[in-house]
Design a protein around this ligand. Structure first.
Ligand code: UDP
Ligand code: UDP
Length: 469
């Protein structure tokens, strides 16, 4: 018997953008006395995932960590020059799904106490659900992006098998039309792996026991209402807005996280634009140079984080180029007059909470957006792939940021420093974004307060789960 213990197993897919929200959700559940087992693929996709996992485990040694083997994608450096850098990631999603499907049954059927429920990743519904169903374990899914993107994902299989790119917009019941230009080219292409993943998982949406989304009412009210009210899909399972997921202590790396804080401490309140484009930025060096020139031109103080494109494993670090090699000595000099440039992993959620930071120049990964919401920081978006344009729209619609629709998907064309500089300067001087971002922060905090939306929703679920233990 389970002695009344609620026990969850959680299985994130690949990438920091998936692992981080899983660990934040795990922390939320642990604080409500739920026993957590975490099941992850090994090796991880990028080095930071395994580092984050071990820090999480040091903070919560009571969590059982289990691994299964999944093939490692080849390093980016081995890709042919005409392959898109996203290809290994799509392959990785597929590999993790099929490896998990093989490994899972024997791993979880003998658990003690037995599992009360399972939380898996939306990229792996079709791999995991048959297994949890055969073991009669309720399967919830963590959707790691916006509700806006969720409406698209859950409707995807109902759209024709090949979305005609001649259409202006896609109609989804209950929500504003989605411009075709906001849909990733990989999802419009007839035969991409990314599209295959969507086609396999989207029809399974109605079969899962519920969705957890890292969002909150004040940010995506219309979308949540359409989803929960059965407008998007009439047989939609329950959807729980559990966001914003709160950043956790274990996310800090040793003493290394402190580095930019010394510089930030010396900057005036709200003066710094923080430019960071996700866990592994995909910019070409030429674009990074323009980015640096643009930030210099903006006249603002800035903290720029750049990353190497090949950053999967420890070995890849040896191949990294130095900042001077990337930017050239002259640009490095002018950059250092107004800003700090770091070519390493930074503690992003901590930086966003620093009072010197007045704006976030972001690729609009959903975790980044929710971290900015949590800290009330306006966003200037430079969405590059996947869900990011739809996420940028969420920010713009709610008035705490904007983005330039002409800058293209990643690598489509070079955006020049002049244009970047002028856009950032206008953005940082616009008080209306700041006012709105402060309101968003208040709503975000309210949603996560004791007695707030998340707490109430989780307590109801706990009562339900308790009946089964
Ligand atoms: N992140 C960080 N430091 C970095 C880059 C990213 O802490 O230098 C974190 C960021 O705070 C977020 C996650 O990595 O929690 C990235 O997720 P997101 O969905 O924003 O973007 P992705 O990398 O998945 O495109
Ligand atoms: N990623 C990558 N190349 C890509 C897309 C993604 O290396 O073209 C990695 C990136 O490091 C990130 C992870 O995949 O950590 C997840 O990316 P993202 O959050 O953009 O994808 P999604 O959230 O749509 O799965």
């Amino acid at each position: 018997m389970s002695d009344g213990v609620i026990h969850v197993a959680m299985l994130p897919c690949a990438g920091m953008g998936h692992l981080t929200p899983f660990l934040r959700l795990a922390t939320f559940l642990l604080h409500h006395n739920i026993k957590v087992t975490l099941i992850t693929p090994q090796p991880t996709f990028i080095l930071h995932e395994s580092q984050l996992l071990s820090r999480f485990h040091s903070s919560f040694p009571q969590v059982t960590l289990l691994h299964f083997d999944a093939p490692q994608p080849p390093p980016l450096s081995s890709l042919s020059s005409d392959s898109h850098v996203a290809i290994p990631y799509f392959q990785r999603i597929e590999d993790v799904g099929s490896s998990a499907a093989k490994a899972l049954s024997p791993l979880i059927s003998s658990f003690s106490p037995p599992l009360t429920f399972f939380v898996s990743d939306f990229f792996m519904i079709s791999s995991i659900l048959p297994i949890t169903q055969s073991l009669s374990i309720p399967n919830y899914v963590l959707f790691t992006s916006s509700t806006t993107f969720f409406t698209f994902f859950s409707h995807f299989s109902a759209l024709s098998s090949s979305l005609p790119s001649s259409l202006e917009a896609v109609e989804i019941p209950g929500v504003p039309p989605l411009p075709i230009s906001s849909i990733s080219p990989f999802l419009l292409a007839p035969n991409s792996t990314f599209k295959k993943i969507f086609m396999e998982n989207s029809p399974m949406v109605t079969k899962v026991d519920g969705f957890f989304i890292n969002t909150f009412e004040a940010l995506e009210h219309q979308q949540l209402e359409a989803v929960k009210g059965g407008k998007v899909l009439s047989e939609m399972p329950p959807v729980f807005a559990f966001g914003p997921f709160v950043p956790c202590e274990f996310e800090k790396e040793g003493d290394q996280w402190k580095k930019p804080f010394k510089w930030l401490d010396d900057q005036p309140s709200g003066s710094v634009v923080f430019a960071n484009f996700g866990s592994s930025s995909l910019f070409e060096w030429e674009q990074i140079k323009e980015l640096a020139r643009g930030l210099v031109r903006s006249g603002c103080r800035f903290l720029l984080v750049v990353k190497d494109r090949k950053y999967y494993k420890e070995e890849d670090k040896k191949e990294e180029s130095s900042l001077e090699e990337v930017l050239g000595d002259e640009l490095v000099d002018s950059v250092r007059k107004k800003g700090l440039v770091m070519k390493e992993w930074v503690y992003q959620s901590g930086i966003l909470s620093h009072e010197a930071v007045g704006g976030f120049f972001s690729h609009c990964g959903w975790n980044s957006i929710m971290e900015a919401a949590w800290n009330g920081v306006p966003i200037f978006g430079w969405p590059q792939q996947g869900d990011q344009r739809m996420n940028a729209e969420v920010v713009e619609r709610s008035g705490w940021g904007t983005w330039n629709k002409n800058w293209g998907w990643i690598g489509e064309h070079l955006v020049k420093g002049n244009e970047i500089g002028d856009a950032i300067s206008m953005f940082m001087n616009d008080e209306s974004f700041k006012i709105k971002a402060t309101q968003i922060k208040e709503e975000a905090r309210k949603a996560r307060s004791v007695g707030g939306d998340c707490e109430v929703a989780l307590q109801k679920l706990i009562q339900k789960w308790k009946k089964n233990v």
